[in-house]
Design a protein around this ligand. Structure first.
Ligand SMILES: Cc1ncc(COP(=O)(O)O)c(C=O)c1O
Length: 308
């Protein structure tokens, strides 16, 4: 196999590819793989955390279920059961002997057929994992609304994690990085706030938590966890259609996501949120979330799959 160039992130030893654990550098595919041309793949991002009982994968079952939901949107038949995929994910974490990190399962239409209709191309599945620290740093960040809008829900299956959809996220990320912001925010086709390129968004106003309703956004698994934690902290969440002005005038605003976890937003479109610092509710929510994923809260242990 060809030698790989040096990666900009910390790699591990093994990748699970089509039923076999292969050396990291040998997990390669052909340049005529269908997904490489047209984005006809589906993926997940999952985190695993260090706990006193070893690494624990956060909400494994829900992530695997969403992978299969995404595959269905592309009429892709993953040649494994959900149980087998979950077992492959556990095996990948175990094989790489790291205590915490990020897991990337990817199912895609592979080599064997060209033309847009992928049906008939073989489906491949890969699972990699690597150490990955906080994606946006955890400190309040500067967010800017993108000139690109979220994909129209009638153009795509917007709540499926399809590789091709992420060109929309890439465009927004390129745009805002050039302007020296930390992260982008999308409006939907109606002008309501949708989500970040890889995060859901919430705001707290007068003690009530608000978040965009489903429709143009990914049904985030962290978003769902935040619903439970907020409720347990005595805070109600309202899903609805919200404008940018609702966020500008909020007491606290934060992103949620597997990579971003609970990420405070200090300013949006150069308007300070509150005093620009992490607010008391976001502080409590973030601490509870991090304690939950570390296995420190018995009530939330049901979210963890321990890898011994
Ligand atoms: C577009 C988008 N929105 C929201 C999220 C957050 O979802 P989750 O909490 O399941 O990671 C993600 C990440 O998967 C995403 O890519």
């Amino acid at each position: 196999m060809q030698k790989l160039p040096k990666a900009a992130f910390q790699t591990t030893e093994k990748i699970w590819l089509n039923g076999q654990m292969v050396a990291w550098q040998n997990a390669q595919i052909h340049v005529l793989a269908h997904a490489l041309h047209y984005g006809s793949g589906v993926f997940e991002g999952i985190r695993f955390y260090a706990t006193k009982n070893g690494p624990a994968i956060f909400r494994l079952k829900e992530h695997v279920a969403r992978l299969f939901y995404s595959a269905k949107a592309l009429e892709m038949k993953i040649p494994y059961s959900q149980k087998e995929v979950a077992a492959a994910i556990v095996a990948t974490v175990r094989a790489n002997k790291i205590s915490a990190g990020y897991i990337r399962p990817l199912a895609f239409f592979d080599y064997g057929k060209m033309g847009l209709n992928p049906v008939g191309a073989p489906v491949s599945l890969a699972v990699a994992c690597w150490p990955w620290d906080s994606y946006l740093g955890g400190k309040p960040i500067r967010v800017k609304t993108s000139k690109f809008i979220r994909l129209h829900p009638d153009s795509v299956v917007g709540d499926a994690k399809v590789c091709g959809h992420y060109v929309n996220s890439i465009l927004a990320s390129l745009e805002i990085k050039k302007a020296k912001y930390d992260e982008a925010l999308f409006l939907d086709h109606r002008g309501f706030v949708a989500e970040g390129p890889g995060e859901n968004i919430f705001f707290l106003k007068k003690g009530l938590l608000h978040t965009p309703r489903l429709g143009s956004i990914l049904a985030g698994i962290t978003r769902d966890a935040v619903f439970s934690i907020a409720k347990d902290l005595g805070v109600k969440t309202k899903e609805g259609d919200f404008k940018l002005k609702d966020f500008y005038s909020a007491d606290e605003v934060f992103f949620t996501g597997t990579a971003a976890e609970v990420q405070p937003i200090g300013s949006l479109d150069d308007k300070k949120i509150g005093n620009g610092k992490i607010g008391p509710f976001t502080t409590k929510l973030r601490a509870t979330f991090l304690a939950a994923v570390a296995g420190e809260i018995p009530k939330y242990k049901k979210w963890l799959t321990f890898v011994k």
